[in-house]
Design a protein around this ligand. Structure first.
Ligand code: DON
Length: 309
């Protein structure tokens, strides 16, 4: 039997001298206040065993990791019709890039770059007020993690609302192509709140567990999505979840993953476990530097990979 706790303890110890490496995101001013030395990791296996190390119980801003969950909600509401609004290809450019949007007629490359995620949030907003849509997203996270104390960090949401000029540009650009059904202000009101969701590694790993278990949350027995849909969401995480660093992440870790500029990464080992790691310092692609390293070490030690046993 593999001793997952010992593996996590080892990873934690061997990275301890490197804590604080990378650059904490500061374009959202509130994120710049986070202690760069934080490090937490949680592994929740499909049979429900939980392994934690470091700051795994401390909530952090999940930022773009929320895009996995809004994609899941949008697919639930609109099914495959969402692919008329957003593509399924890696972008090869930064998460907040605007350049491809013009060439490609307002259809963002994938649901994880900011433009694509804004288009997805627009679809989640259909038939709702922004307040209702935010409520739906928060309830969905609580349902998935099977925990009621998940909240939105309002300071982070306000901070991005006040400074997210590039996202306003992206949303208005989408709207100019007729590819956004609601006003940019309304969509971004929801988007900034979903990004400001605060979850601990433990809660995040629990919330992502349905993706590791063929669409069924093993904690509750509820089917969240079909087997096929879980596979497809995992495929998108693998190919697009780390933006223009997705190839490198697939090469080094070999698991579907989604990063956020808060320094979190959710990784899925199908049939095995859901993993969340948090270390605020980012690499040049805006993905957690030590978080990626920690996952690389975990994958090497466990043998977990979607590319072979
Ligand atoms: O829209 C933004 O820029 C942020 N709320 C989220 C970006 C993000 O997390 C990119 N991921 N690494």
């Amino acid at each position: 039997m593999m001793d997952l706790q010992a593996i996590l303890d080892d990873i934690h110890d061997s990275l301890s001298s490197r804590r604080g490496e990378g650059r904490v995101a500061d374009y959202i001013p509130q994120l710049a206040h986070v202690d760069p030395k934080k490090f937490g990791m949680a592994v929740v296996t499909v049979d429900g065993a939980v392994h934690l190390v470091g700051d795994a119980q401390e909530p952090f801003s999940i930022q773009s990791i929320s895009k996995v969950f809004t994609l899941t909600l949008a697919l639930g509401k609109h099914g495959e019709a969402i692919w008329k609004r957003v593509g399924r290809e890696p972008s090869g450019s930064a998460f907040n890039s605007i350049v491809q949007l013009e060439y490609e007629g307002g259809i963002p490359r994938n649901p994880f770059i900011n433009a694509g995620a804004i288009a997805i949030t627009d679809l989640v907003l259909a038939g709702h007020t922004p307040k209702e849509a935010i409520g739906e997203i928060v309830r969905f996270m609580r349902y998935l993690a099977d925990e009621d104390d998940i909240i939105v960090d309002q300071d982070v949401a306000r901070s991005e609302q006040a400074t997210g000029f590039r996202n306003f540009a992206l949303a208005n650009f989408l709207r100019s192509f007729g590819k956004l059904d609601h006003a940019a202000e309304l969509v971004l009101g929801v988007y900034f709140h979903q990004c400001a969701l605060a979850l601990s590694c433990r809660q995040l790993a629990r919330a992502g567990l349905f993706l590791a278990n063929s669409g069924i949350n093993p904690l509750t027995g509820h089917r969240v999505v079909s087997h096929l849909r879980a596979r497809r969401i995992n495929a998108l995480m693998l190919t697009c979840g780390h933006y223009d660093g997705s190839g490198d992440f697939a090469y080094r870790v070999g698991l579907p993953g989604k990063s956020g500029v808060g320094g979190g990464i959710l990784a899925v080992a199908p049939g095995k476990a859901s993993v969340a790691v948090w270390s605020p310092g980012l690499n040049d692609n805006g993905n957690s530097l030590l978080g990626s390293l920690a996952l690389e070490m975990l994958a090497a030690r466990t043998g977990w990979s979607i590319f072979g046993a």
